[in-house]
Ligand binder design. Structure first.
Ligand SMILES: O=C(O)[C@H](O)COP(=O)(O)O
Length: 231
């Protein structure tokens, strides 16, 4: 029996990844390396005969462009793409734009690791007057103000990612559609945790690398049975 597979990919290296800055909802370009990583991911998918019926991404260009590079390379540029804020990176609150090493120097490694990897510890929040507040950005103008984050933990990120999986993506999987999701380190951690029932302690150890395809396999009842990186 051939397992049903969903492919998840974090975007390629971005300019702020290269500068080691907290990025979150800040909309930043891919680097040359990030574009090459997207292309390598696509070649790997091609080598393993992957093609897709549905593709999903965030409203941030590092993910949108990664997806487009991949679709071009596998000769599926024509595929329609669903973009949603729900797959955005976690909002990094007041850390957005700061250098990760400088934040470690100020607050210590332990605290910063909890902000970055724990399940329910939220980084320091911004106020609605901060220029980083997404409420100032027209792409989020359809959202009620109370839905727009000031800073998110993995837990609160999951609260907006999981309903999109359950209500939009999963029904397509149940129609046997082949699905590709290109998103972000933490929106994908939330999804991988949910699908594979990873506990809140274990999730601390999960760090998703850029542009490395993750395969989630489902059984005949569309229940996830395992996940791994495509080699
Ligand atoms: O938003 C960011 O800074 C990165 O995309 C993910 O960062 P992290 O590895 O600190 O969660």
């Amino acid at each position: 029996m051939i397992a049903k597979k969903v492919v998840l990919i974090r975007h390629g290296q971005s300019v702020w990844n290269e500068l080691n800055q907290f990025t979150g909802w800040h909309d930043v370009e891919l680097t040359r390396k990030g574009k090459d990583e997207a292309q390598s991911a696509a070649l790997l998918l091609k080598k393993n005969n992957f093609f897709f019926d549905c593709s999903y991404t965030s409203v941030l260009k590092r993910a949108i462009h990664t997806l487009q590079y991949i679709l071009d390379e596998i000769d599926q540029s024509w595929l329609s793409v669903q973009k949603t804020w729900r797959l955005n990176e976690r909002h990094y609150g007041a850390l957005e734009g700061l250098n990760k090493n400088q934040v470690i120097e100020k607050y210590g490694e332990k605290k910063v690791m909890l902000w970055r990897r724990s399940f329910n510890i939220t980084p320091p929040k911004i106020s609605m007057h901060d220029k980083r507040f997404p409420g100032h950005d027209r792409r989020y103008s359809h959202l009620k103000f109370d839905k727009i984050p000031l800073g998110e933990s993995l837990e609160t990120t999951a609260i907006r990612v999981i309903p999109y999986w359950d209500q939009v993506i999963y029904p397509e999987l149940k129609k046997n559609k082949k699905i590709l999701i290109v998103a972000h380190g933490n929106s994908l951690r939330a999804l991988v945790q949910y699908l594979n029932k990873i506990d809140n302690q274990k999730i601390l150890e999960l760090n998703i690398p850029t542009a490395t395809p993750i395969i989630v396999e489902f059984n005949e009842q569309y229940i996830p049975i395992k996940w791994y990186y495509l080699k």
